[in-house]
Ligand binder design. Sequence first.
Ligand code: SAH
Length: 229
Amino acid sequence: MIGIIGAMEVEIESIVKELQNKETINLKLRTVYKGTIDNKEVVVVLAGIGKVNAAITTSILIENFDLTSIFNIGVAGGVNGVNHKDVVVSEGVTHHDFDVTNFSDYVRGQVPSLPPVFKADENLITKTINALEKSHIEYKVGLIASGDQFVTKKETIKEVLALYPNLYAIEMEAAAIAQTAHLYNIPFIVYRSISDVLGDEAQHLDFNLFVKDASENAFKVIKEVINHL
Ligand code: SAH
């Protein structure tokens, strides 16, 4: 069974519409939409915003369904040359706001006893690149960083870029989903399409302007990849 997680309604509505044989399952904290896409069994869930919501939701999904892979789809702030509506595919995901670097040899973003970056599944990355190559969507494969804040402040952008010069997208859930998937040993991948570009004048206005189209691009990618799973 394929698990799909989005933080906001706009990020999951197209994939939920795509479900055949749709069932709605009400669990204590989350509503799960179960069905098939291209004859593959899929569960879709709305996580809510931020890392705590994302971790809880991922755990609920894993504990209640027999997942073979987890996809996180949605939007993000872009950096290092990505533009509105481009798609960033996770090679790896980290927490930009996790910091115990005062102790021992931890690097920034690293949770003790866990790797500094959670690596997305190689096979899923390859399938995703194949799908994207056939699309008209611009994309990058690289690092995504998560933290519990909508990042617009110049100082934060500067700090995060100094830590992760290769970063392409910043958002608020992926690392929590990746960490949970890692702990349960389930392959994962993240697709984030750019709603706002870090450092632009009015990022929150751009977010509102592009959130729908960006969500649609992440949906197009996952739909194509599911067809090839
Ligand atoms: N408009 C929403 C809040 C959106 S928070 C509300 O009113 O409830 C931003 C969401 O988009 C998060 O889920 C996050 O993952 C993503 N995101 C997009 N751009 C971002 C940025 N610049 N910084 C952090 N998260 C961003």
